[in-house]
Design a protein around this ligand. Structure first.
Ligand code: PGA
Length: 258
């Protein structure tokens, strides 16, 4: 595991962009796994800057997002379809046809709905495999250690599927829904931990004290389904780029700084 501790979120975004762009430039076609939430925004801002100021080309890049809420239309301001368009896609020369976000705007009530959702999830997993897998997966981390919407207790070998969001996550995300937890969807479609582990490289970003315990558990704790991010200890090429506040509970002294 490579751990890079930087001074603030802006540096976190720049450092992560550097890792991804170096790798992107070494490959003719590229498959990028993307995340939502507030953490990846400094990374997306840096990618946008590199596109606008240095001509970084995204025209052939294929993207797959980690997750999407169930029951929100793609044009809902809190849907992850909308988030990606607003915060990254509309600012770069990406081909919309090469972008993928799980289709969450489908009913989830009857046994037929459940079957249909699982088919959608299986197709998503298959699409990733069909393009040869994800080259670099971007991850945030929940304060409970989740990655994607793989909540504590998720199988470490899980693939794309529907998950019930934990109370903790719905509370954390209520800030995006006028602070009203009742408006936060109860379910999401998410890549599984097994899907994430299949990516050739992963970079996990975290900033702020609120993530310090989850980072400590993920990096220095045991591999356990109770901290899904700890599964990254099993990955051959996982890098954590975290700010000093998120690193504040780590005890090993061997991490890179800067
Ligand atoms: P955040 O969410 O970036 O909004 O803190 C991270 C996550 O839940 O994965």
């Amino acid at each position: 595991m490579r751990v890079i501790v930087v001074k603030d979120p802006k540096e976190m975004g720049k450092r992560a962009a550097q890792l991804i762009v170096e790798d992107m430039k070494a490959h003719a076609t590229y498959v990028l796994g993307l995340a939502t939430g507030s953490t990846p925004l400094p990374l997306y801002n840096e990618l946008i800057r590199l596109h606008k100021e240095e001509g970084l080309d995204f025209s052939t890049v294929i993207t797959f997002n980690l997750d999407e809420y169930v029951g929100l239309a793609p044009d809902h301001p809190e849907s992850y379809h909308y988030f990606m368009w607003e915060n990254l896609f509309k600012h770069i020369n990406i081909n919309p046809k090469l972008t993928h976000v799980p289709e969450g705007n489908i009913p989830y009530q009857t046994p037929e709905d459940i079957k249909k959702i699982q088919e959608v999830c299986d197709q998503y997993e298959q699409m990733i495999d069909d393009v040869g897998g994800i080259d670099y997966q971007v991850l945030g981390i929940g304060s409970n250690g989740h990655i994607g919407f793989n909540e504590p207790g998720s199988s470490l070998g899980s693939l794309t599927r529907i998950k019930t969001l934990s109370e903790n996550t719905r509370k954390d995300n209520a800030r995006f829904f006028d602070g009203n937890m009742d408006l936060v969807p109860q379910y999401a479609i998410t890549m599984g931990i097994g899907t994430i582990l299949k990516a050739r490289k992963v970079v996990l970003l975290a900033n702020g004290e609120g993530k310090a315990q989850a980072i400590k558990d993920a990096l220095e704790g045991q591999v356990t389904a109770m901290c899904p991010a700890s599964a990254l200890q099993m990955h051959r090429y996982a890098t954590f780029v975290i700010d000093e506040a998120a690193a504040s509970k780590l005890t090993l002294e061997t991490y890179e700084h800067g």
